[in-house]
Ligand binder design. Sequence first.
Ligand code: PEP
Ligand code: MG
Length: 586
Amino acid sequence: MAGEGKALTLKGIAASPGIAGGPVYRLEAQELQFPTHQVPPEGIPEEIAAFHRALEETGEQLETIKEQVAREVGEDKAAIFGAHQLVLQDPALVDEVENRIRQGTNGAQAIAAVVSELEEMLAQLEDEYLRERAADIRDVGNRILRNFLGVAGPSLTDFAEPVVVFARDLTPSETAQLRPDRVLAFATVTGGRTSHAAIMARSLEIPAVVGLGEELVAGLSRAREAIVDGTRGEVILDPTPADWAEYRKRKEEYQEYARRLVSLRELPAQTPDGHRVELFANIGSPADLPGVEKVNAEGIGLFRTEFLYMDRTSLPTEEEQFQAYREVVEKLAPRPVVIRTLDIGGDKELPYLGLDQEVNPFLGWRAIRYCLDRPDVFKVQLAAILRASAYGKIRLMFPMVVSVEEVRRARALLAEVKAELEDRGEAYDHQLQVGIMIETPGAALTADILAREVDFFSIGTNDLVQYTLAVDRVNERVSQLFETFHPGVLRLIKGVIDAGHAAGIPVAMCGEMAGEVRATPLLLGLGLDEFSMSASSLPRVKQVIRSLSRRDARQMANHALGLNTAGEIKAYMERCLENLNLEQSG
Ligand code: PEP
Ligand code: MG
């Protein structure tokens, strides 16, 4: 497969690890041609009926895709198509298209116009979640339009030989067609690590690089073959023979690395000198459980419960919550599940609660503050969690604590709920452990005092970094200042672990730092007991733990804590990892 002329290497975002190369297939956005005529009054009923047939056909196609993705990739990845089905019933779409047809606009034009207006409206919203829905509307809208016109969409499965796909972006509908035996890898102009296409690529183990920018468009005009290195975030267009040789070497290394990660599944997270830690997973809903099983996590270290409260119009009932908690707890038993109570506010809004807009929502009425002020809401959740605790091993955790008073008030409400459950004759775990997240400097600096009030700590570095460095975690303008390895953050972490241990309670971490391999030797050296992270990060963290003695980790942590800047600390940690001789740790 020798390339012609000079190869072009592009850098993008490493979205799904692995490396693959082959012939290029460009997925072009097809401009749909549609009629521009007006519909005469007598033709209007038929035009509206045709629109409804297109909606119905779209609904059936989405159902098929949803079932297929659920079967082949997982329920959680299929959920997006359920959301797409809901769009088909949205009056903002259906009624508005009908209105326009009644005014004489033909169906295709009416659909295209309404979809594009809805998309534009969503794209301008502040809320990132709602902004992302613009792409969903576009995807479903296109599907309805195609069905209305009777035009087939692009196929990503009919290739004579497997290909590397290039696209501006991949819609969920296109992503659902990806098959590892047909699509070797893909690269896109837009998108980030958390875009739907990136998440699917990781599930399907298809190497992918996203966010390559306009350079990809420019470079593609002549490219016939390409190599996509999803581990490094690199794309080579028209590789030279030397590039292909390097490619084969990297591919072999990656395959060996992937084999070793799989073989780690059954092995304990234990250092060569016998120090054992626990590796847990974070989940946002029961749909994340298959990923947890895949890596064989020893428990759930953070079950974010906000999902139960989102995408709805009123608060979930005790029974609804109980069912969801029980499902997770039973599936995990006898392994523990740390359930965190409601953490709304900040970047997570619940429109139906009608909370006022705040100037500084991250410093405002959020998480435990809201719950303590609204015992009517909080006690329902506590009752549901307590009832689920009869079915497995639950640990209860309060978020965003800053003071001892908050812990005492929360525990007092918990005691009230226990008494009420006893009156109702409901069972619960009388040994239920209660812990807090340490995610504010106020809590970290008083960890010795707080440790006397609770059974465990879990350090939430996402917020701890935000509050320690005064850097809004969702403001892109200051994202380069969001520095997990800041010496101040490390000192706080050390203080929390030491205070927890002095009081005889275990200390966990469930912020993103727990899944960051550069931090693994440091956290191990500081004595962290439990690391909880997204399931996909777990094998690599385990690999580092299994290659590093506790003694060396301690020395590394001591050295890192003596350095002056985050840059120095990260460079040092990278050197430590290199010396561990972990192949392909990227
Ligand atoms: C954290 O703050 O580190 C954390 C785990 O909580 P969340 O990201 O849900 O705020
Ligand atoms: Mg937090």
